[in-house]
Design a protein around this ligand. Structure first.
Ligand code: HXC
Length: 258
């Protein structure tokens, strides 16, 4: 397995686990961390036997945003050349489901990274915010776009213009996250959910993820059309035959990912 400096990577049963690991910098997302994270995601996406991926930080912080010290003296040209946001955006190409397990701060780029994942499980201590305005900038990796689609214009405005932070409970009520659990078990709960998904019919899971994400990107009629085509295409898989036969034969299906 590849050696990384800013993340820790392991597999747990059928789940790829990535831990952001710059604790002294509160997991600030510098270029190295972002590059390693995307590399690890792409490798898990290719790895047989891995059916879902979990990204986490530590109990105190998921990520406190992009690395302010790395960016502070940047020029426009530096930012364009470095373009770490374009690297981070490759997360969208990952086909397997990604679940964020969040405890403590998920701020700025940390909140944006969480929203780029497919689901979020949070500990009671989680806190979500887009405080970039305090630095004289705005979110750059989806904060104004994904957050607005999820929580609506009014709350997004308050969070981005006036640094309103959301508690885990508020984030749950607003549909930003899936579940709030005690800090002692947030990672365990996330791994459990990831493992359950990881052993489902893999091609159907990937098609479902793609179709749901498309709901944010296309018109309803285009989305419905593509969903219907994807549904029909799944009848070309052995897993569809197996799933439906197993139902009739009253036995659990054996998925092959074919
Ligand atoms: C670099 C950071 C950092 C960051 C924390 N640290 N956040 N370093 N970039 N984003 C470092 C601090 O410098 C300090 O290191 C150590 O982590 C602990 O931070 P403290 O501030 O001393 O801790 P505390 O008082 O507990 O406050 C925690 C905090 C605060 C509330 C999370 O650190 C904070 O507000 N951080 C910045 C949050 C932020 O503005 N994020 C948006 C970034 S811009 P030293 O060595 O000094 O002790 C962004 C744009 C996204 O994300 C663009 C797309 C990717």
């Amino acid at each position: 397995m590849t050696e990384y400096s800013s993340i820790l990577v392991e597999t747990r049963e059928n789940v790829g686990l990535i831990r952001l690991n710059r604790p002294r910098a509160f997991n600030a997302l510098n270029t190295e961390l972002i590059t390693e994270l995307v590399d690890a995601l792409q490798k898990f996406d290719q790895q047989d036997g891995v059916g879902a991926i979990v990204i986490t930080g530590n109990d105190k912080v998921f990520a406190a945003g992009a690395d302010i010290k790395e960016m502070a003296e940047s020029t426009v040209v530096d930012r364009i050349k470095n373009d770490s946001i374009a690297i981070l955006s490759k997360i969208r190409q990952v086909k397997k489901p990604i679940i964020a397990a969040i405890s403590g701060w998920a701020l700025g780029g940390g909140c944006e990274l969480a929203m780029a994942c497919d689901m979020i499980i949070a500990s009671e201590t989680a806190q979500f915010g887009q405080p970039e305005i305090n630095l004289g900038v705005i979110p750059g990796a989806g904060g104004t776009q994904r957050l607005t689609r999820i929580v609506g214009k009014a709350i997004a405005m308050e969070m981005i213009l006036n640094d309103r932070r959301l508690t885990a409970e508020e984030a749950l009520q607003m549909g930003l996250i899936n579940r709030v659990v005690p800090v002692e078990i947030y990672l365990e709960e996330t791994l459990k959910m990831a493992q359950e998904i990881a052993v489902r019919a893999p091609i159907a899971v990937q098609f479902a993820k793609k179709a749901i994400n498309q709901a944010y990107e296309s018109s309803l009629s285009d989305g419905l059309e593509d969903e219907r085509q994807a549904f029909y295409l799944l009848f070309g898989t052995e897993d569809q035959k197996e799933g439906m036969r197993a139902f009739s034969e009253k036995r659990p299906p054996k998925w092959q990912g074919k």
